[in-house]
Design a protein around this ligand. Structure first.
Ligand code: ROI
Length: 191
């Protein structure tokens, strides 16, 4: 079946076994998905764990894809990449993990099945998702939330999210914007 490409946004997170390397390899794997053209990737951000606090800090990012994979097929492909990175499902909920890939948005679609809810149900509560998402997503590509995302991000100021400088990649982290989401002098959202 041929379908029009959708712009999907994928949240990446890791706090085990070389998190930065995990994310770098996951970005490459996303770029090799069938029927998919890779789009922009945010900076990598270091963030304190949300939820279960007694664990190592996370590295998070968001990647955009143009894909004709259906949402369920994309979800399966993400699970496949997670498994290749040593992720085992069914372990402690919200515990440490080598790689977490979340389908955050799939075009403007709202999807509710037993396995998948899109937009991601906790998208608006997590600065570690909103900050990189706002960095790469033009507001016009963000139905149904649009500008509210940046407003939300500002309200999540207590969740600290700091851009990492990665070797071989110019820091793309924005340098001004939503106060309180990052350390003074460091980048934050809302360009
Ligand atoms: N906290 C942060 N900062 N980043 C994550 O990717 C992340 N993922 C999770 C939980 C444990 C909820 N907390 C997180 O699954």
């Amino acid at each position: 079946m041929s379908r029009r490409p959708a712009r999907a946004y994928i949240g990446l997170g890791s706090n085990r076994d070389d998190p930065t390397g995990q994310l770098a390899r996951a970005v490459e794997a996303l770029g090799r998905l069938p029927n998919t053209v890779p789009g922009p990737v945010s900076a990598f951000y270091r963030s304190a764990p949300v939820g279960r606090r007694a664990q190592s800090p996370f590295v998070n990012a968001v990647a955009a894809l143009e894909t004709t994979l259906a949402p369920a097929a994309l979800l399966r492909a993400l699970a496949h990449i997670e498994a290749a990175h040593g992720r085992r499902r069914g372990r402690r909920r919200w515990g440490p993990r080598p790689l977490d890939l979340d389908l955050l948005l799939y075009g403007a679609r709202r999807i509710q099945t037993a396995r998948l809810t899109v937009p991601h149900p906790r998208l608006l509560q997590r600065a570690f998702v909103l900050q990189p998402l706002c960095e790469i997503a033009p507001i016009s590509r963000l139905p149904p939330y649009k500008a509210r995302l940046r407003l939300r991000l500002r309200r999540l100021g207590a969740q600290r999210v700091m851009p990492l400088d990665r070797p071989g990649r110019p820091s793309t982290a924005p340098r001004s914007g939503a106060a309180g989401t990052s350390a003074p002098g460091q980048g934050s959202a809302a360009a």
